[in-house]
Design a protein. Structure first.
Length: 242
């Protein structure tokens, strides 16, 4: 449910029960229920002197600390060059989704390897690497005991293929990106011992999947969600592979 709709629902409930002190209280109820960085930040921007402001600042700090712990857990199992972002996503009235996003640019040895007739093989290999990265990040978060107080944990891995050289010395070029994703209920992960589960078993349990990135990724680094994404399952071999 989006922010405006949530406002309407809570406002109606407040009016019906005569238990609301005004728009400020409605907005605080929404911010505290969504429990996201955006929600608390917007509340503090709109009501910096509110009686709820100290609590909003405290909770905002707690969420940011949770996100930092997620980034650190991801960094512990990823290449140093990986770019790692973490954020909260509103799922009102449910607890928020915590999202960890990994971006890695992978060099390719020669232009021969990125010929059109070989790009599918490259994407298939990317999908396996990306799926395994998602699983390893998930495992690291659970093993380190830094699962946040949310409803879902989502890990995304973006792999971009680059050619290291072109005939004629034209320099670097990007030839495509795959996106891999794994989404798990935090309640299902909490207290679970993953040591006895292989990467392949984790990928299957939490439905790891991948897709070829749309043009928006190559141009801006972010998905335009209006573009169609054709997801397919990722199968990870039991043998170790990066």
């Amino acid at each position: 449910m989006d922010w405006l709709r949530a406002c309407g629902v809570l406002a109606a409930a407040c009016l019906a029960t005569a238990g609301c002190s005004g728009v400020e209280q409605v907005n605080w109820d929404i911010a505290s229920r969504t429990a996201t960085v955006q929600g608390y930040t917007e509340f503090l921007m709109n009501y910096p002197d509110s009686p709820h402001a100290p609590e909003a600042r405290r909770r905002l700090g707690e969420v940011r600390d949770e996100l930092q712990r997620l980034r650190e857990a991801a960094a512990a199992v990823l290449p140093e060059a990986a770019r790692i972002d973490a954020d909260t996503v509103e799922r009102y009235p449910e607890k928020p989704r915590y999202s960890v996003t990994v971006r890695i640019f992978e060099d390719v040895g020669s232009p021969e390897e990125i010929r059109p007739d070989r790009q599918q093989a490259l994407r298939d290999a990317q999908a396996v690497r990306g799926g395994r990265r998602c699983v390893r990040v998930l495992r690291s978060i659970v093993d380190r005991g830094v699962l946040p107080d949310g409803g879902e944990l989502q890990v995304d891995s973006y792999q971009a293929v680059r050619a290291s050289a072109f005939p004629g010395g034209l320099g670097l070029g990007e030839f495509g990106t795959t996106i891999c994703m794994i989404l798990a209920p935090i309640d299902d992960l909490a207290g679970r011992d993953l040591s006895g589960m292989s990467d392949a078993a984790l990928a299957e349990r939490y439905h790891a999947k991948c897709t070829a990135a749309p043009r928006s990724i190559a141009e801006s680094g972010y998905i335009d969600w209006d573009e169609p994404l054709n997801w397919r399952p990722v199968t990870i071999a039991e043998t170790p592979e990066e």
